[in-house]
Design a protein around this ligand. Structure first.
Ligand SMILES: Cc1ncc(COP(=O)(O)O)c(C=O)c1O
Length: 421
């Protein structure tokens, strides 16, 4: 995803150095961190303007990390999951910020995501979550990306690739404790770990598992997974094997299952200021970092009987004034009809008609002061009202993760560092 500084970005960049300093002091981050390095750098070939964009507040993410670190036990190490472009927020700026906040590991899902972070100059360990194919190993080894392996037959293959490259590479063994997606089944994990230890070109750095359901009120299955994970750790310990990094928790597990923290927690969502479910524990003061905004590019005056958009799914029963926003399902807005709303001038403007690939319409009849060029908030805060990722997840009948990652790269990312309140 390209990240270009626009005029708006430059303004926020120059205006918030003090805010950054304050945030950095709060974080206790290394003094070598410079705001210029955290904000995406201007490109020689900037993108043309577009009246619809995603705004990412790096100040909010900094403060969220400060809050997380404030309450986490000092012995707990943080890993930042920045896959899928840090859930649409921008992997490189979010990873830089996480490292400035004291995070020691990063994780991504694909080789390309890992290589991008390396090319951006990030040197911390990067885990490749999921399972790999043998063809991916030379790339992982070349770029010092740590493979997570859960398939015993891959151990020998990775060891051979590492030996050929003259390297001893760290790996984390993934244990399937009930998710049944990736990993060696918990009752066969010991044999796989011993196989890893028998390979001189591999260094067992960690063992991990992943919760199938950590953010719901019912923790029965999560506790069963924890018990299975502990069983493996006991078996390893009985053989004198104690991997440096034992990890099980994502955001839901981190918030609600402190007994499952072990050495390291893998946080993707929480530092972005979003909760995975309605019922998991809240951490006071977290701020959502992402907003989606657009400017009104057309206003139509409808007469009774007029319809709006493809399929004519809205028909005016009285004179209506509607505003057209230049983004649609091609940008990641759900393809709904006559459902949802945006904020304009601090008021709710309901969506009318269907969402097209590049546009949708909202009813502004009850907000007569609205005019062309006014800013609409599609996700985020305006006045005293807010549209959350959860609201958009509900609109698309999905989870907040999808509501965040759905915003497409063609929506420019605008970065700012908001001052600490
Ligand atoms: C293996 C693994 N660990 C951790 C995470 C981070 O989860 P969350 O965003 O809930 O913190 C993910 C994300 O899907 C994951 O796949």
């Amino acid at each position: 995803m390209s990240c270009h500084l626009t005029t708006r970005e430059s303004a926020s960049k120059t205006g918030n150095t003090d805010a950054f300093e304050a945030a950095r002091t709060n974080l206790g981050a290394a003094s070598s961190t410079d705001p210029d390095l955290l904000l995406p750098q201007p490109s020689a070939d900037p993108r043309p303007p577009r009246p619809a964009w995603v705004e990412v507040d790096l100040g909010a993410i900094m403060r969220n990390y400060a809050r997380i670190k404030e309450e986490a036990p000092s012995s707990l190490t943080l890993l930042a999951v920045v896959k899928d472009d840090a859930y649409g927020h921008g992997a490189v700026p979010v990873a830089r910020l996480a490292i400035a906040a004291g995070v020691r590991f990063l994780a991504v899902a694909t080789l390309e995501e890992g290589i991008r972070l390396r090319e951006a100059g990030l040197r911390v360990p990067i885990l490749l979550l999921g399972e790999r194919e043998p063809a991916e190993f030379p790339w992982a080894v070349r770029h010092d990306l740590t493979c997570v392996l859960g398939e015993p037959s891959l151990v020998r293959i990775l060891a051979k690739v590492a030996a050929e490259a003259g390297k001893r590479v760290p790996i984390h063994v993934k244990i399937n404790t009930g998710m049944n997606r990736y990993g060696v089944r918990w009752d066969a994990a010991l044999a796989m770990v011993e196989q890893v230890l028998s390979e001189p070109a591999l260094a067992l750095e960690g063992v991990l598992s992943h919760f199938a359901q950590s953010d719901e009120a019912d923790k029965t299955f999560a506790r069963l997974q924890l018990q299975r994970f502990q069983q493996v750790l006991c078996e390893l310990e009985a053989r004198g094997i104690r991997p440096a990094w034992r990890h099980l928790c994502n955001t839901g597990g981190y918030l609600d299952l402190p007994e499952a923290h072990f050495d390291l927690v893998r946080l993707g969502l929480l530092p972005l200021g979003v909760y995975p479910s309605r019922v998991c524990r809240r951490l006071a003061g977290l701020e959502p970092a992402m907003a989606v905004k657009a400017r009104i590019v057309a206003i139509q005056h409808l007469r009774p009987g007029d319809t709006v958009g493809y399929g004519m799914h809205y028909r005016a029963e009285s004179p209506r004034r509607i505003a057209v926003l230049p983004l649609g399902y091609g940008d990641g807005f759900p393809r709904v009809r006559n459902a949802g709303y945006v904020l304009i001038r601090g008021r709710r403007a309901p969506l009318v008609g269907g969402v097209a690939m590049d546009a949708f319409a909202v009813d502004i009849t009850d907000i007569p002061e609205v005019s062309l060029g006014d800013e609409a908030v599609i996700m985020g805060c305006q006045g005293t009202d807010r549209i959350t990722a959860r609201d958009l997840a509900d609109l698309r009948q999905s989870v907040v993760y999808e509501a965040l990652v759905s915003w497409q790269p063609r929506l420019p990312r605008v970065y700012r560092i908001s001052p600490t309140a």
